[in-house]
Ligand binder design. Structure first.
Ligand code: 5AD
Ligand code: SF4
Length: 463
């Protein structure tokens, strides 16, 4: 943490203490997250700062301070935020002391900030993706001055290490390994709202993983927009495969995952490291986006259909039991029925365990938004339904593959629906419910998978 941030936190702590005394009760704070794992992790940092400043954590938007950590990857993420804001406006009329903050990806868009500034005047603080660590300073300024504070930077600065963090669960954690993205896929807003790619120093990452392990964490998820290009910008370059191997060696860490991989950068070295390290989960999320080489070119993905298929074959040859999942966009500008059939063809050939399917959403400022031949909504909807049907049919068949096998599951909770059962997560991210009690939470248990039910299994612990 920078020394100015320590000072800001100290000042906020003082303000919170005074305000707590004045109101005669603790102040509560709630962080609401939209978007990806990257945002989830950022929110853990925001909560860490708020708790360190003396707020009591809350899950309710009725809290004294509510921060929305936003996403803007598709238009519906923006729409969801405005839905919440409408609701909070009425709460604020009844409790004028309430503080509402918005941060994250959507606040890196000038038009959205302008809309908040002019039409959502009850929003008290606004900051972006590059300065989340400024929360203490920004919030304190608002609490002391009573005036709204809008602080959005248009460019990334250095990486700030050692922010306080409040983890959602004690036994697993995300770990940022890099920030930003240099790929500029033509549909994607991320490079504009998260800036240029920058990697954390391996020593900082390993130090964090070691301290998480000491703290009881047994599973880490290495996070970056494009983890496969990790380390290229470091003074002493290091590959993602080397980093992954080093993380696997940390004592106490039993499982390692990572997100997200770009097919163009996924190396044979990485496949080899995964194959020889049992700690690396047998799961790879490998966004396809489209199966048509023509559309992939227009998307600026820099691989083609054949390249993607060949890559998945190499992965399966090295790890026959791996689970492959993907992201697919339907209705990119210019997508014809033939292009769409190519996507279905890849889905049939690769047999993904599951796929996130998205309707193309034009994002202001991206090249695709101004491309000709935007696909009509009714065509997109019809294709989307066909794709979803295929993905689900194949996914449920794929899940039968593991029935009868005994696999390690990290127990996450007691099953809310069936007393006497717990829910664990397998290496491929799928849930399994089996007999057990609360004492198993946070431990890894070998479970025989007895029945597949599409998105989950019923199993039996094998002790
Ligand atoms: N429209 C629809 N889906 C998108 N994604 C990214 N940008 C868009 C967009 N403009 C999807 C991609 C990506 C996932 C995180 O979101 O499939 O992999
Ligand atoms: Fe959404 Fe992308 Fe930001 Fe994640 S990085 S929160 S997906 S816009």
């Amino acid at each position: 943490m920078l020394s100015e941030e320590r000072i800001a936190l100290e000042e906020l702590r003082k303000t919170v203490r005074e305000e707590t005394e004045r109101r005669g009760r603790p102040l509560t704070a709630c962080v609401v997250t939209f978007g990806c794992q990257m945002n989830e992790r950022d929110s853990e940092k925001l909560r860490g700062i708020l708790l360190a400043a003396g707020f009591e954590g809350s899950d309710s938007e009725e809290a004294d301070v509510v921060i929305f950590n936003t996403c803007t990857v598709r238009e519906n993420a923006n729409t969801r935020l405005y839905g919440h804001l409408g609701h909070l406006n009425s709460m604020k009329r009844e409790h004028p002391d309430k503080i509402i903050g918005i941060c994250g990806c959507m606040m890196q868009e000038k038009d959205e900030v302008e809309k908040i500034r002019t039409k959502y005047r009850f929003v008290d603080i606004v900051f972006g993706t590059y300065n989340i660590y400024r929360l203490a300073a920004v919030l304190n300024e608002r609490m002391v001055s009573g005036k709204r504070v809008i602080e959005v930077w248009d460019k990334e600065k250095g990486i700030v290490e050692d922010l306080p963090v409040k983890r959602d669960v004690p036994w697993k954690s995300g770990v940022n390994i890099m920030f930003g993205c240099n790929n500029f896929c033509s549909y994607c807003i991320v490079p504009y709202v998260r800036g240029r790619e920058r990697s954390r120093e391996p020593k900082d990452i390993l130090r964090e993983v070691e301290s998480l392990a000491k703290d009881g964490v047994i599973e880490v998820m290495l996070l970056g927009q494009n983890v496969n290009s990790y380390g290229k910008t470091l003074d002493e370059p290091m590959s993602f495969a080397e980093l992954l191997e080093a993380v696997c060696k940390v004592l106490g860490i039993e499982r390692v995952r990572f997100m997200t991989s770009h097919p163009k950068d996924l190396s044979d070295e990485l496949i080899a490291v995964m194959a020889r390290n049992p700690k690396v989960c047998r799961h790879l999320h490998l966004p396809l986006q489209s199966g048509s080489s023509r559309i992939l070119k227009a998307m600026n993905r820099r691989y083609d259909k054949e390249g993607y298929l060949a890559l998945t074959e190499r992965i399966r040859a090295a790890m026959p039991d791996i689970s492959l999942t993907t992201d697919i966009i339907v209705g990119f500008p210019g997508e014809t029925e033939e292009d769409f059939e190519e996507t279905l063809d890849v889905v049939r050939r690769v047999r993904f365990d599951s796929a996130f399917t998205f309707i193309y959403s034009p994002r202001t400022g991206t090249p695709a938004a101004s491309m000709p031949d935007q696909v009509p909504q009714e065509v997109i909807k019809e294709r989307f339904a066909r794709l979803l049907d295929l993905v689900q049919t194949i996914g449920s068949k794929q899940s039968l593959r593991d029935v009868g096998r005994t696999l390690p599951a990290l127990v996450e909770s007691v099953d809310p629906e069936t007393p006497g059962r717990v829910t664990g997560r397998l290496g491929n991210n799928v849930c399994v419910h089996f007999e057990g009690d609360e004492s198993l939470i946070g431990t890894i248990v070998n479970v025989r998978l007895d029945q597949a039910h599409g998105f989950y299994y019923i199993g039996t612990a094998v002790l």
